[in-house]
Ligand binder design. Structure first.
Ligand SMILES: Nc1ncnc2c1ncn2[C@@H]1O[C@H](COP(=O)(O)OP(=O)(O)OP(=O)(O)O)[C@@H](O)[C@H]1O
Length: 356
């Protein structure tokens, strides 16, 4: 395993001049040895580009890739000793499941006894022990992709295992199981795993550290909890959560935090000026109209989502969402209420970056 450091930028264009010319804007980051990481972001944000630079399929146009402080920028995937799992199964149909799993080890001249021990271990982890002697050709797409995952995980000596949207072809129920399984496998095998996805649930269940990207930029590297509680950038607030964070224009003046002309709470140490106030739907509660320190609002819609009530509100011309416990009494549409938008969970942003 290796500690992987990136200090680079990448443009697919020969002479990049502006930010939009870069698939990856200049970034510096470290993947620690043995960590479980997810690269999360919408389509086109640069995840695959970053993964391919780490695996050696792509040489960055600027900067360097270090594995344990050794410069690997131009090293091939073989030299880097990386295992990669793609969206679609890459297996040998004519081989059995066991032979497929053994292949990466055989290729490296691992002794037979060790191969059979490791293949047994991986098959057990992926609940494929009963299928070891079956030909891959007869298996479903799900099962074939499980073999691909196993092939990625089978070598104990790899620098890292890179997964590029590996659960795309998996049916939803099995997907749910495999996400958890991969996390468990990470704890057992202690490999460095880097997992690309555009699905926040996948990223947040699998990874200890999530790299959130948008438009070629890494906007936050943090634990799932940090991304939820303290999004470093408004994009992270929007992108993570269901629904995402609410944002309101606000300012500090006269020692108070003001929203839409309502002086809500003392500003404390915050400097005077405009900012964006972010508050998660989970942290909004509906108070009686006129409650001091709260923003007047009107209930526009109430949806019963099953595990929670989703309330849409109108506050000073802004639409806000609140997630209430399913046991709460649903508020009537049209009711005037007050919202505790400025509370211990609110986050403050300037130029889209978290300031407090
Ligand atoms: N070979 C290429 N040549 C030119 N531009 C490319 C190439 N590959 C990717 N790009 C561009 O680089 C940007 C980042 O693409 P990348 O595939 O890394 O994003 P992604 O986040 O992995 O998206 P997706 O989930 O859709 O694969 C996009 O604007 C894409 O169009």
């Amino acid at each position: 395993m290796a500690r992987i450091e990136l200090d680079l930028a990448h443009s697919y264009k020969p002479n990049p001049t502006e930010d939009g010319d870069y698939a990856l804007l200049p970034l510096k980051m470290t993947f620690e040895d043995g960590g479980a990481y997810a690269l999360l972001g919408p389509s086109g944000c640069g995840k695959t580009t970053m993964l391919n630079i780490m695996s050696g399929l792509l040489v960055p146009s600027h900067g360097r890739v270090l594995f344990d402080q050794r410069d690997m920028t131009r090293a091939t995937p073989q030299q880097r000793n990386i295992a990669q799992v793609f969206q679609f199964p890459v297996i040998y149909d004519t081989m059995t499941v066991a032979e497929n799993l053994a292949f990466p080890l055989k290729n490296r001249g691992v002794p037979a006894a060790q191969i059979s021990q490791r293949v047994g271990q991986i098959a057990e982890m992926l609940e494929m022990s009963h299928q070891l002697d079956m030909r891959a050709a007869g298996l479903s797409a799900d099962q074939k992709q499980k073999i691909s995952l196993g092939r990625g995980l089978v070598r104990p000596d790899v620098a890292a295992v890179l997964f590029d949207e590996p659960l795309t072809v998996i049916d939803p129920h099995l997907k749910w199981q495999l996400r958890r399984k991969l996390k468990q496998i990470h704890h057992e095998l202690k490999l460095t795993l880097i997992y690309v996805t555009h699905d926040q649930v996948e990223a947040l269940t699998f990874a200890d550290q999530v790299v959130v990207m948008t438009r070629g930029k890494v906007v936050q590297l943090g634990t799932p909890e940090a991304l939820f509680e303290r999004p470093a950038h408004t994009f992270v607030g929007h992108f993570i959560g269901s629904p995402g964070m609410n944002f309101l224009p606000a300012n500090v003046a006269g020692g108070m935090v003001n929203v839409a002309g309502h002086a809500l709470v003392p500003a404390g140490a915050m400097a005077p000026g405009e900012f964006k106030l972010g508050i998660r739907p989970e942290y909004l509660t509906l108070q009686a109209a006129g409650t001091p320190g709260c923003l007047p609002a009107t209930v526009r819609q109430v949806q019963d989502i099953g595990t929670y009530l989703l309330v849409t509100l109108d506050a000073a011309g802004h639409t806000l969402k609140a997630r209430l416990s399913p046991d709460s009494l649903p508020p009537e549409v049209g009711t005037p209420v007050a919202l505790n938008v400025a509370n211990a969970h609110s986050c403050h942003y300037r130029d889209e970056e978290l300031i407090a």
